[in-house]
Write a protein that binds this ligand. Structure first.
Ligand code: KG4
Ligand code: ZN
Length: 332
């Protein structure tokens, strides 16, 4: 079954063609980062207008690169939330049009579990049940993936998402948007132990997260130390985040006796986090899956993958599909 996947939930327009939810034939991503970095963050109105300009040529380009024509497409997949309403609507309108004109199934997917499904596009298929950690610019969630399309949410962030923490801390330190990749780069030659940033563990809520205090700690540190070493500050911040994510994830692996860990989301590109999770999983003899960086950040291949598994369970959408900007994890 050849899926055309569409992802427009935030500021990246992405079109993918995926065979049977497993083999990526094409995965194109048109980034708007250069435009939004001028404003220090995503401007929703600009994002939706850019999606509108980009989507049709990108679909044509995807078909061309795949050496396919419209008649080869068997089904359409699209993220319908959470995200920016205007952005989501552009992708949904395109997917509905394709489904209606070609008379093929339409499957709307939740962007959050879709991120986790990027791990099912690797050569080796993860075994279930597994622990799933989503770390992106908008979300930080820990869940048990019991079976396909069946997640039990253990906890989310109470305030800032981990990517948001990196982006805001980077801004405080005078780095461009998005800050996560900049922090990763500068941290490479920094001392992780240079600054003792707090580790917000929330002992009573072991699977919930809170990163807003960490951002405030960076602000206070920069004010007190105007001549701070940026490499040390980035490495220390990255270490504080890694400690928190690693401790909570390992605790959940133990408590629920899980041997597979699936990580996804833009922050999963972070080199220190990748290294740290490799070490932790090796110690516990757990199998770790983290997608290559291009599948960690927003992409349509992950949407097509989840749509395939939903379709196999008989779950489809119809032309009443609408954007749900605050879509929660349970509505897969
Ligand atoms: O998953 P994503 O593309 O979009 C959302 O759905 O939010 O994640 C974007 C986030 C941004 O906050 C960005 O700073 C962060 O991922 N990010 C990183 C790295 N690459 C992207 N954070 C830390 N280290 C990186 N290498
Ligand atoms: Zn995302």
């Amino acid at each position: 079954m050849i899926w055309l996947g569409i992802e427009t939930s935030c500021d990246d327009t992405s079109i993918a063609i995926v065979n049977n939810g497993a083999e990526i034939l094409v995965n194109l991503i048109s980034s708007q980062t250069n435009i939004h970095s001028l404003y220090g963050g995503v401007v929703p109105e600009i994002a939706s207008r850019k999606h509108l300009e980009t989507i049709n040529p990108l679909i044509e380009e995807a078909l061309k690169r795949g050496g396919l024509s419209w008649k080869d497409i068997d089904a359409a997949a699209v993220s319908y939330g959470p995200g920016l309403t205007g952005s989501l609507l552009v992708g949904i309108a395109a997917a509905k049009t394709i489904s209606a004109l070609l008379d093929i199934p339409l499957v709307g997917v939740n962007h959050l579990p879709a991120h986790i499904y990027a791990n099912f596009l690797s050569d080796e298929t993860p075994e279930l049940p597994a622990l799933a950690l989503l770390i992106s610019g908008g979300h930080t969630c820990l869940a048990i993936m019991k079976d396909h399309c069946d997640f039990q949410l253990l906890g989310e962030t109470r305030d800032d998402a981990v990517g948001e923490c990196f982006d805001k801390a980077a801004r405080i330190m005078g780095l461009p948007y998005p800050g996560g990749p900049e922090i990763d780069k500068l941290a490479k030659i920094g001392n992780r132990k240079a600054v003792a940033f707090p580790r917000p563990y929330l002992k009573e809520y072991p699977y919930e997260f809170s990163f807003s205090g960490l951002k405030t700690a960076v602000l206070q540190y920069c004010k007190k130390n105007p001549d701070f070493n940026i490499n040390d500050a980035c490495a220390s911040l990255q270490e504080a985040v890694s400690d928190v994510l690693a401790r909570k994830t390992v605790q959940a692996l133990k408590e629920y006796n899980l041997k597979t860990l699936l990580i996804a989301g833009g922050v999963a590109c972070n080199s220190r986090l990748r290294e740290r999770f490799q070490e932790e999983c090796k110690k516990r003899d757990a199998k770790l899956f983290i997608p290559p960086p291009v599948l960690c950040t927003d992409n349509a291949a992950m949407a097509a993958c989840l749509a395939h598994y939903k379709h196999m369970k008989g779950i489809k959408s119809d032309l009443s599909l609408d954007a749900v900007p605050g879509l929660s994890w349970e509505n897969i």
